[in-house]
Each structure stands twice: as structure tokens, then as C-alpha cells.
Design a protein around this ligand. Structure first.
Ligand SMILES: [Zn+2]
Length: 93
């Protein structure tokens, strides 16, 4: 159940849009707090973010100190692909 707060236009679609950047910690602090506020209200997105974060944490716990750049790019790419695929599925329904 999501609560509509006036002036708070952060919805599920926008969250999925900025999620790769959020997980990359490249977003502005203000956007991050908007995401956290949305996650507090929206269980769907919470589960979604947790699933993706788990994947990324697994990468970060690789025995290798640094994840090779090509894997990071690959991860970002598949992340975006799955997000776009999910969004497309929602549009069709
Ligand atoms: Zn949501």
C-alpha cells in the first residue's frame, strides 16, 4: 500500500529508472533520501531493491579485491535490461 504525499512525486517507475545509479552511489543525496522514503512506503520496490542489492553484494564479496571493470559494466547492463524488460511487461498488461 502506497501513501500519496502531496509534492512527493517519486513513484515506482521513477525508482526503477534511477535504481542502477542509486546502487552505484552516484546519485545526489536528495534523490537517495527520496528513494529511501519511497521504499519505506512501497513493499514492491523494497523487495525489488533487496533482490538486486543481494546480487551486487555477492559481486562485492568476490575474493578478488576489485571486481573487473568488464564485470561491473556487464552487471549494470543486465540490471538495466531486466528493469526495462519488467517495465515493458507492465506496460503490456
Ligand atoms: Zn514503489
Amino acid at each position: 500500500m502506497s501513501i500519496k504525499v502531496p509534492g512527493h512525486e517519486f513513484d515506482c517507475g521513477k525508482l526503477k529508472d534511477v535504481l542502477p545509479d542509486y546502487l552505484d552511489r552516484t546519485l545526489r543525496e536528495q534523490v537517495c533520501s527520496e528513494i529511501k522514503a519511497h521504499l519505506a512506503d512501497c513493499e514492491d520496490c523494497r523487495i525489488y531493491v533487496e533482490t538486486i542489492e543481494t546480487t551486487i553484494v555477492l559481486y562485492k564479496h568476490c575474493p578478488d579485491r576489485d571486481v573487473p571493470e568488464e564485470i561491473r559494466i556487464d552487471l549494470r547492463r543486465s540490471l538495466r535490461a531486466s528493469i526495462e524488460q519488467k517495465r515493458r511487461g507492465e506496460d503490456e498488461s
